[in-house]
Unconditional design. Structure first.
Length: 158
């Protein structure tokens, strides 16, 4: 038997003012697009802003459906759109912001398990880690470099 330990690395920023201008812009775009999400059932809105290697920014938000679980998360919408329309561009950074109509969301929102696995797929595809910025509608931001800090045992075919 081997006993192993997993360590994760992350940074906490107390506000968007502590971020680089590039990251701050992404966080603000993710927060803004989250307000336009279609979330009539959960009242929980998520926005995503993705920075590509070409400096193009893709934004998306979650879309719910009465036939649960036929809706889709903001992260996957943005990632799939980026891959379909810019297949040769790498994903540098993804900012994720969540908020609720029921309460102020000032704690960072992390991607769900399905979105973590999709992020892992794109890291494998591009052979490069993606910076992930997670936040609420306000407050602190958690940043990680690479999905292995959120999903250490991702599913891999290779």
């Amino acid at each position: 038997m081997q006993n192993k330990k997993i360590e994760i690395n992350y940074c906490i920023y107390l506000s968007s003012e502590e971020l680089t201008e590039e990251d701050k812009k992404l966080v603000l775009q993710a927060r803004a697009i989250s307000l336009k999400a279609y979330a009539p059932y959960s009242q929980f809105r998520v926005g995503t802003a993705i920075l590509l290697s070409s400096n193009k920014v893709i934004v998306a938000n979650n879309q719910e459906n009465a036939s649960y679980p036929e809706g889709l998360c903001a992260e996957r919408i943005a990632l799939f759109y980026a891959s379909a329309n810019y297949p040769n561009k790498k994903i540098k950074t993804i900012a994720i912001a969540g908020n609720s109509e029921l309460q102020i969301t000032d704690n960072p929102i992390t991607p769900c398990g399905a979105c973590r696995q999709v992020i892992a797929e794109y890291e494998i595809k591009q052979k490069e880690k993606i910076k992930i910025l997670m936040t609420g509608i306000s407050g602190k931001i958690i940043a990680v470099k690479g999905i292995d800090n959120l999903l250490p045992f991702c599913f891999k075919m290779k």
